[in-house]
Design a protein around this ligand. Structure first.
Ligand code: ADP
Ligand code: MG
Length: 342
């Protein structure tokens, strides 16, 4: 009867939706474009993303989530309504699907409730809404044996937050969340280019650059790349060449903050579970897991083996999909807030 349940990974950078029995049906940036004059929503997702940094003054392209939590409630509702309706029409769902949606680990009850209510009242016609912690979904999606009495560590690096969690017996034993992830790396690249080359570059150029340099902090890495930006003095467009090895140093600091969080969480992990983690290794998920050289850096800093999950960008949503398939059996992995009335 509930064959059209939805699993939603509501990320700071991307929203991904899974339809039970069908798989991933939507993957779009979490962006909304608004006309400030008329207060009208002009575009959502992919279409809105194309407007970032290119809009006239009265049109703003914004991300409704910041650091993993809802920053703009109305925009989040509008975005969810648009995405859920798109999925319902693509997958020809006419009923009110049950929804399993993710919340970051360790957020407050108020923040959880905001996600729950935004989904329920989005106007897209959904049934019962369940919540699951992102680290739990990521671990399930990465195929970790979360139900066994074995410790597993999953490090999910998204756009706004990085979450480190140790799981055992279908529960989160220790976790740490920090506001240092993909977007901060992009900002570090922007700052570096402005300081060293006197050129302002946009978010998307910085992101592309980050993806190609990674954290190969090796000054022998002599590859160069030509980039276009705006000269901060003349204000005119200018091409310049950037040395990739040097640029990698730009993100060294935020990357080491993420690695420090992994080390800190390991220190806080009960010894029996640490022994399991040493045996099984640390698993990286989220878009940041694809940062070149990050896996090696974590190995070097912790002495523990590291695996990049298959399809790191889809671990969380695939985890929700697996929970939906086995909802009866896996109900104990869901999270609720005592104050929530559903
Ligand atoms: P969220 O869950 O916050 O929406 P995602 O898990 O979707 O985030 O990851 C998005 C982040 O991953 C972005 O900051 C993006 O720049 C980064 N990312 C994606 N691919 C790569 C890559 N190949 N190298 C480095 N970072 C990447
Ligand atoms: Mg995420």
């Amino acid at each position: 009867m509930f064959s059209n349940d939805l699993g939603i990974d509501l990320g700071t950078a991307n929203t991904v939706i899974y339809v039970k029995g069908k798989g991933i049906v939507l993957d779009e940036p979490s962006v909304v474009a608004i006309d400030m004059n008329s207060n009208e929503v002009l575009a959502v997702g992919e279409d809105a993303q194309g407007m970032i940094g290119r809009t006239p003054g009265h049109i703003i392209a914004m991300r409704p989530l910041k650091d993993g939590v809802i920053a703009d409630y109305e925009a989040t509702r509008i975005m969810l309504k648009y995405f859920i309706n798109k999925v319902k029409s693509k997958a020809r769902i006419v009923t009110r699907p049950r929804v399993l949606i993710c919340v970051p680990t360790g957020v407050t009850d108020v923040e959880k409730r905001a996600v729950l209510e935004a989904t329920q009242t989005s106007g897209a016609g959904v049934g019962y809404v369940y919540l699951i912690e992102e680290s739990m979904a990521a671990a399930i999606g990465a195929g970790l044996p979360i139900e066994r009495a074995t410790g597993s560590m999953v490090v999910d690096i998204g756009g706004g937050t990085s979450e480190v969690a140790v799981l055992s017996l279908a529960g989160i034993v220790t976790s740490r969340s920090l506001d240092m992830a993909g977007e901060e790396l992009d900002e570090a690249v922007i700052t570096y280019v402005k300081r060293e080359h006197g050129v302002a570059i946009g978010e998307r150029t910085a992101e592309e650059l980050k993806k190609s340099i990674g954290c190969i902090c090796n000054t022998d890495f002599k590859e160069e790349r030509e980039i276009r930006g705006r000269d901060v003095i003349t204000g005119l467009p200018r091409n310049f060449t950037i040395n990739m090895g040097e640029a990698a140093q730009a993100i060294a600091e935020p990357v080491s903050a993420i690695v420090d969080a992994v080390k800190f969480t390991l220190e806080k992990t009960p010894p029996e579970l640490s022994a399991d983690i040493i045996e099984y290794g640390i698993v990286l998920t989220g878009g940041g897991a694809l940062l070149k050289g990050l896996d090696e850096l974590v190995v070097k800093e912790t002495g523990i083996s590291v695996k990049i999950a298959d399809n790191p960008l889809y671990c969380v949503v695939n985890g929700t999909g697996m929970v939906l398939q086995h909802l009866k059996h896996l109900k104990n992995v869901l999270t609720t807030s005592k104050t929530l009335k559903v």
